[in-house]
Design a protein around this ligand. Structure first.
Ligand code: GDP
Length: 445
C-alpha cells in the first residue's frame, strides 16, 4: 500500500521505544533521526521533514513526555498529532454555494485522475440527494468527452458536452454554457472537468485560469496523483501560481507509491486535502480525514484510542500519587479498589487491550479476565474496616472470615484478593522506579 514502507519504518522505531521506561535525550534524538529518515525515504519534501521532526523533537524533550506515565506512548501521541497537523488538522468539507448551483472545477495534469474523479464526486453527491451536472471542458484529449460520458452514465448523472464533430470547441465557452444549463435546469452542483497536459505548460494554465474566471467556481480542486513523488512539489506550485485552487484531491492512494506528496502538499500550498481516491471504481473514493490518514500511516492499530482510554482510566496526577505511595510502602486496599474502579470506568478492558498491536500473548490472559471479578473485589474491600484497608497486614484469619461473610464470598476469595493486591503493589513499585506500567489486578503480563 501507499504508506507501507513508511508505516513499517515508523512502527519499528516505536517498537524500540516501547520497551523503554523513561526516555533520555539520546533516545529522543535517535527516534527523531529514524523518523526523519523514514519520511525522506517516503519522498516527503525536505522542508516539511525538517519542520516536522523539529517540532516532534522539541515536544518529545519537553515536559509532556517527561511527566507521562508511559513516555513511549506519549511520543507516539506527539508524532500522531504532528502528522494530523501536516495533513491539515481538521477535516475540511466541500463548500456549498449560498445560491445553487455549487460550481466545482477540477484541474491537474493529464492522467491525474480528473475525469474519474468527476464521476466519483458526482456519484457521491447524488448519493446525498444532490443533482450534479458534469461539464466536459476537456477538449484537448481525444476521447475525454466520451470518457466523461461513460463515467456520467455509470454514476447515473447528467452531462453537458459540446456536440461531437464541431471541430476543436472552446472549453471556456463550454464551461460557461454548462453552468448556465445547470442554472436553467436547477441542477444544484456543476462539476467542470478541464484539460490536463502531461507536463505543466503555459497554455494549459492560461486555459484553466480562463475557465476559472468564466465560471467563478466555489471550489477549484487540484487533482494530484500520489505516485508522482518529488515532482508533486513543483506541479502543485505551478498550478497554485497559474490557476490557484481551494483544495486538493489525492488520487491513486491505492498504489505502491511512497506517498510523500500526500504529506507535503498541505504544508507547501497551504491548501487542504478534501478527498482521497483509492482505485479505478467510482466508489473508490472518500472524504479525506487527516486523523484517520495519520493513524493509517502510523499503523499502530488503534493505539491512539487506546492511549486516550488509558489516559481517562488513569488520571496521571492520581497515578503519580499512587506511585509515590507505593514507593513509600503506603499503597492501601482503598487505592487498589479505586484503581480497579477507574479501569472499569474505562469501558471494556478486553476491548481496550484488543486495540493494542502485538498483544497476542496477552489475549489469553484477557480471556481469563472476568469483569465480574472487579465487582467481587469491590464487595470484599467494602466489607473491610478502614483500618484493614489502610493496613492489610492486620488481616488475620478471623478478620478474613468476617470479611468473607460480609461480602458473600469465600475465605479463599478473600485470600486470593490479598495476594493479587500484593502483586499489584509490587508491580506498581516497578512503575514508581520508572518501569513500564502494568494493569493492576491482572497478574504479570
Ligand atoms: P485525467 O486525465 O486526469 O482525466 O485522468 P483519468 O481520470 O482519465 O485517469 C487516468 C487513469 O488513472 C485511468 O486509467 C483511471 O482509471 C486511473 N485512476 C484514476 N484514479 C485512480 C485511483 O485512485 N487509483 C487507481 N489505481 N487508478 C486511478
Amino acid at each position: 500500500a501507499t504508506f507501507g514502507n513508511l508505516s513499517a519504518r515508523l512502527t519499528e522505531t516505536f517498537k524500540n521505544l516501547r520497551s523503554k521506561g523513561k526516555l533520555s535525550a539520546a533516545d529522543v534524538d535517535g527516534t527523531v533521526r529514524e523518523i526523519r529518515r523514514a519520511l525522506l525515504e517516503a519522498d516527503v519534501s525536505l522542508d516539511v521533514v525538517k519542520d516536522f521532526t523539529g517540532r516532534v523533537r522539541e515536544r518529545a524533550l519537553g515536559d509532556e513526555v517527561n511527566r507521562a506515565l508511559n513516555p513511549a506512548q506519549q511520543v507516539v501521541q506527539i508524532v500522531n498529532e504532528e502528522l494530523v497537523g501536516i495533513l491539515g488538522g481538521e477535516q475540511r468539507r466541500l463548500q456549498f454555494a449560498k445560491n445553487p448551483p455549487t460550481v466545482i472545477m477540477l484541474a491537474g495534469l493529464q492522467g491525474a485522475g480528473k475525469t474519474t474523479l468527476a464521476g466519483k464526486l458526482a456519484k457521491w453527491l447524488k448519493g446525498q440527494g444532490h443533482t450534479p451536472l458534469l461539464v466536459a471542458s476537456d477538449l484537448q484529449r481525444p476521447n475525454a468527452v466520451t470518457q466523461l460520458g461513460v463515467v456520467a452514465e455509470q454514476a447515473g448523472v447528467a452531462i453537458f458536452a459540446p456536440e461531437p464533430g464541431n471541430g476543436v470547441g472552446d472549453p471556456v465557452k463550454v464551461a460557461r454554457d454548462g453552468v448556465r444549463e445547470a442554472e436553467a435546469k436547477h441542477y444544484d452542483f456543476v462539476i467542470v472537468d478541464t484539460a490536463g497536459r502531461l507536463g505543466v505548460d503555459a497554455e494549459l494554465m492560461r486555459q484553466a485560469a480562463d475557465i476559472r474566471k468564466a465560471v467563478n467556481p466555489d471550489e477549484v480542486l487540484f487533482v494530484i496523483d500520489a505516485m508522482i513523488g518529488q515532482d508533486a512539489v513543483a506541479t502543485a506550485k505551478a498550478f497554485q501560481e497559474g490557476v490557484d485552487f481551494t483544495g486538493v484531491v489525492l488520487t491513486k492512494l491505492d498504489g505502491d507509491a511512497r506517498g510523500g506528496a500526500a504529506l507535503s502538499i498541505r504544508s507547501l500550498t497551504g491548501r487542504p486535502i478534501l478527498f482521497a481516491s483509492t482505485g479505478e471504481g467510482l466508489d473508490d473514493f472518500e472524504p479525506f480525514h487527516p486523523d484517520r490518514m495519520a493513524s493509517r500511516i502510523l499503523d499502530l492499530g488503534d493505539v491512539l484510542s487506546l492511549i486516550e482510554q488509558a489516559q481517562q482510566a488513569f488520571d496521571e496526577e492520581e497515578a503519580r500519587k499512587v506511585a509515590e505511595k507505593i514507593a513509600s510502602d503506603s499503597f492501601t486496599l482503598d487505592d487498589f479498589l479505586k484503581q480497579m474502579q477507574q479501569l472499569r470506568g474505562a469501558g471494556s478492558l478486553k476491548k481496550m487491550m484488543g486495540m493494542l498491536p502485538g498483544m497476542g500473548k496477552m489475549q489469553e490472559q484477557l480471556d481469563n479476565f472476568d469483569e465480574r471479578e472487579i465487582l467481587h473485589t469491590e464487595a470484599i474491600i467494602q466489607s473491610m474496616t478502614k483500618a484493614e484497608r489502610a493496613n492489610p497486614k492486620i488481616l488475620n484469619g478471623s478478620r478474613r472470615l468476617r470479611i468473607a461473610k460480609g461480602s458473600g464470598m469465600t475465605v479463599t476469595d478473600v485470600n486470593q484478593l490479598i495476594v493479587r493486591f500484593e502483586q499489584a503493589a509490587k508491580m506498581m513499585k516497578t512503575v514508581a522506579k520508572g518501569g513500564v506500567p502494568q494493569i493492576p489486578g491482572m497478574g504479570a503480563m
